[in-house]
Design a protein around this ligand. Structure first.
Ligand code: FAD
Ligand code: SIN
Length: 542
């Protein structure tokens, strides 16, 4: 019989064929595509649906005939990526996209339609309307619901809720599973698996202003780093230009699709300003809009910039953005009558755990997928609504490759059971707000060498406070991971002496062709941070 959803897991060793860390679209979709006769454990640190996926608004970018083609979608993706996308990866994303979206629909996802056909929204840097969406602005909820309901029906898949992966278990250079701690009890569990997938999502919670749910603390990045895996392009953090500027944390996102439908950005004097920054004005690439908003905020006495919904008209606002409107009303704003104050927020990590085009990392039996992974698809700036698509396309591909992995040899399994990590890192939980403040100010939208070097040094000092703990509380585990991941992001950003896409340095404000390469960071066998690079696989030029 299939075990019930587990929120109170006893300390134990659990043997499974596949261990998946994370229950966003990448984790759930991969689980659904693994062989149905083999056991899958999904480990997730909060409730199952708490993920960035759940909150996605705008939709899924996909090229469907007759007006669109994978080639056009590929060109827009490459252009947004500012010379840093690997073209073979983008080809896979855009060519396999239509088929996985059809598959998601066959699983029961309901997308909005007009005259019986899928309705396509427009978002920044897309040359054409190609964003499928659900319930107007609740695409993520529909995607997560669909995948979760299918997983619940699958007798081979067990979900361990409130179970935080703390350390990857590596024996003789191969990953043999993962050590986890129960939340809030701190009991240690060991999942021994033939194959492990990291699908832990992004790093938004490292920042003071973020659109991501609090679970996005870059755990997968830190786990993979400690295990010795290569990470790439972690200096590229995408800042979304329009989240509601109120007191809440995380900040409530106002979809880019609002600008796609005609919404306008206004400065503190009530003037439209985007055409001063880019010919595509409100529909310029996301990094350009985020920097423009940030610059206008710095110039204004009261720090305020606004998004004006009124050009859409009340009826269009209501049919297209019912969820956003409801939320704004609940928070005391009336976009039908007045522009709403907005702020840029940390939103998405372009880089991550380096993998091949099937999610395989450079550690045996260890795969990564979704926002925490880097297959070279998003370059220096992800094209809007390409992320859910990435989880679907590369989740399916990862599952196919994971299914080919041989069983652990009996001797390795014995070693895995016997291996004792006993060094789960923990840091004082009150470091979290300090890290968020530092990352926002010094590793944020606009950077420079001095502030990055200071950030790296401060994070290294805080890293000295990380100590081993037999079963740390979640907040302590997260603080240690945020500290390590932040240090890697600052180091990579300091290393890249140019500005490109989402990485903007005032001391190197121009794009530089010699930097058309991915920055790789990893932990050397001696325990030091090592930095190298790899050329971009692409035919495009700067
Ligand atoms: P997530 O969905 O974030 O899932 C990560 C999972 O890992 C979570 O279940 C988390 O709890 C778990 N986890 C993390 N650490 C651990 C640990 N140590 N142990 C166990 N579990 C762990 N993209 C689009 O394409 N279109 C959009 O319209 C869109 N809108 C967005 C709106 C918002 C507000 C946000 C925040 C993002 C949006 N994005 C959008 C981006 C997109 O939603 C995410 O990039 C994508 O959903 C990531 O999926 P994922 O499965 O990789 O990670
Ligand atoms: C949004 O709806 O603006 C977010 C889309 C995305 O992050 O891709």
């Amino acid at each position: 019989m299939k075990p019930e959803l587990s929120s109170d897991v006893p300390a134990q060793t659990i043997r499974c064929r596949y261990a998946i860390i994370g229950s966003g679209i990448a984790g759930l979709w991969t689980a659904l595509h693994l062989p149905q006769q083999e056991s899958v454990a999904i480990i997730t640190k909060s409730t199952v649906r708490e993920s960035s996926t759940q909150y996605a608004q705008g939709g899924i970018a996909v090229s469907l005939p007759p007006t669109d083609s994978p080639e056009l979608h590929k060109q827009d993706t490459l252009e947004a990526g500012a010379g840093l996308c690997d073209e073979p990866a983008v080809e896979i994303l855009t060519q396999e996209g239509p088929q996985v979206v059809e598959e998601l629909i066959s699983y029961g996802a309901v997308f909005d339609r007009e005259d019986g056909h899928l309705a396509y929204g427009r978002e920044a840097a897309h040359g054409i309307s190609r964003i499928v969406h659900a319930h107007g602005d609740a695409t993520g909820e529909e995607v997560e619901r669909t995948a979760y309901e299918a997983v619940r029906e699958a007798p081979n898949i067990t979900i361990y809720q409130e179970t935080a992966a703390a350390e990857l278990l590596v024996v003789d250079g191969e990953c043999v599973g993962v050590e986890a701690v129960g939340v809030p009890g701190g009991e240690v569990m060991r999942f021994i698996a033939d194959v492990t997938l990291v699908a832990t999502g992004g790093a938004g919670s490292l920042y003071k202003y973020s659109s991501n749910p609090p679970v996005a603390t870059a755990d997968g990045i830190a786990l993979a780093y400690r295990a010795g895996a290569a990470l790439e392009d972690v200096e590229f953090i995408q800042f979304h230009p329009t989240a509601l500027a109120d007191e809440g944390y995380p900040k409530f996102l106002i979809s880019e699709a609002v600008r796609g439908e005609g919404g306008k950005l206004l400065n503190a004097d009530g003037e439209e300003f985007m055409s001063r920054y880019h010919p595509r004005a409100e529909l310029a690439p996301r990094d350009v809009v985020a920097r423009a908003v940030y610059s206008e905020m710095l110039e204004a006495d009261n720090n305020q910039v606004y998004l004006d919904f009124r050009p859409l008209g009340t009826q269009r606002m209501r049919e297209r953005f019912p969820g956003i409107l409801d939320e704004l009303h609940q928070r005391g704003f009336t976009p039908e009558q007045q522009p709403v104050p907005i702020t840029p927020v940390a939103h998405y990590m372009m880089g991550g755990i380096a993998t091949d085009l099937h999610g395989q990392t450079d550690i045996g039996r260890l795969f990564a997928c979704g926002e925490c992974a880097s297959y070279g698809v998003h370059g220096a700036n992800r094209l809007a609504s390409n992320s859910l698509l990435d989880g679907l396309v590369f989740g399916k591909r990862s599952a196919a490759a994971m299914a080919q992995t041989e069983l652990l040899a009996a001797a390795s399994e014995e070693q895995a059971v016997a291996c004792k990590q006993n060094h789960i890192p923990a840091a004082p939980a009150d470091l979290k707000p300090q890290i968020q403040q530092l990352m926002w100010k010094q590793v944020g939208i606009i950077r420079d060498g001095d502030s990055l070097a200071r950030a790296q040094a401060q994070l290294a000092e805080w890293a000295d406070q990380i100590s081993a703990s037999p079963g740390p509380a979640l907040a302590e585990l997260e603080a240690a991971n945020m500290c390590q991941a932040g240090m890697l992001m600052a180091a990579a950003a300091l290393h890249r002496t140019e500005s490109r896409g989402a990485h903007y340095r005032t001391d190197f404000p121009d794009i530089n062709g010699t930097w058309r390469k991915h920055v790789i960071v990893r932990r050397s066998p001696a325990g030091d941070l090592s930095i190298s690079d790899r050329p971009v696989e692409s035919n495009t030029t700067d």
